[in-house]
Write a protein that binds this ligand. Structure first.
Ligand SMILES: [Fe+2]
Length: 184
C-alpha cells in the first residue's frame, strides 16, 4: 500500500525535475523579453531557481535520500507552450505580456506543488523539510507578484501599442493644442 511518504517523495522528484528544466528555460525567456524590467526579474528568479534545486537536494537529504528527478510532464508542457508563444509573438509589442503569462503559469504550478509538499512535510513530522519548502514557496509567490506588477505597469500597455514613448508624444501634442482650443 502506498503511503503519504511515497506521495511526498514522488512529488519531490517531480519538482526536482521541474526546477532543473526551469533553470534551463529562464535564460531563453529573458533573452526573448524586450522589457528591461522583465529581463531583470527573470534573471533574479533564475538565481532563486538555482537555489531551489539546492534546497530540494537538502529536502531529500533530510529524508536520508539521494536527490533524484522524475520527468515532470506538466512543466515540460508549460515550457513548451511558453516556447511556442514566444516564437509566435517575437517582434510583436505583446511579446512581454506573452512571456509574463507563460512564466505565471509555471509559477502557479510551482505554488500549488510546494503548498502541498510543505503541508505533507509537516504531517510527516519533518520540520527541516517543511521549513525549506516554505522558503521556496515564499519565493515563488514573490516572483508571481513581481510578474503581476510588471504586467500592470507596462507590458500590457505596450501590448496595446500604448508605450511610454507614444503616451508622452500624445501628452505633449495635447498640451500644444490646448491653448489654441481655449483661444477659439
Ligand atoms: Fe522554483
Amino acid at each position: 500500500m502506498k503511503t503519504l511518504k511515497d506521495l511526498f517523495m514522488d512529488e519531490l522528484a517531480d519538482m526536482y525535475d521541474a526546477e532543473r528544466r526551469i533553470v534551463k528555460a529562464l535564460p531563453k525567456m529573458a533573452k526573448a523579453a524586450t522589457c528591461s524590467d522583465l529581463k531583470a526579474a527573470i534573471h533574479s528568479h533564475l538565481k532563486e531557481t538555482e537555489g531551489h534545486v539546492t534546497k530540494l537536494e537538502q529536502v531529500f537529504k533530510s529524508f536520508d535520500q539521494k536527490a533524484k528527478g522524475k520527468t515532470c510532464e506538466a512543466t515540460v508542457g508549460l515550457l513548451e507552450e511558453g516556447d511556442e508563444i514566444a516564437a509566435e509573438f517575437k517582434g510583436s509589442p505583446a511579446i512581454n505580456a506573452a512571456l509574463i503569462s507563460a512564466a505565471q503559469k509555471v509559477e502557479h504550478y510551482e505554488m500549488a506543488s510546494y503548498g502541498c509538499l510543505h503541508e505533507w512535510a509537516g504531517l510527516l513530522g519533518n520540520t527541516e523539510a517543511a521549513g525549506l519548502l516554505q522558503e521556496i514557496l515564499d519565493q515563488e509567490k514573490a516572483a508571481n507578484e513581481t510578474l503581476t506588477g510588471l504586467a500592470r505597469a507596462s507590458s500590457n500597455e505596450e501590448a496595446l501599442g500604448e508605450s511610454d514613448e507614444k503616451k508622452s508624444a500624445e501628452d505633449s501634442a495635447r498640451k500644444a493644442t490646448a491653448p489654441r482650443r481655449r483661444a477659439a
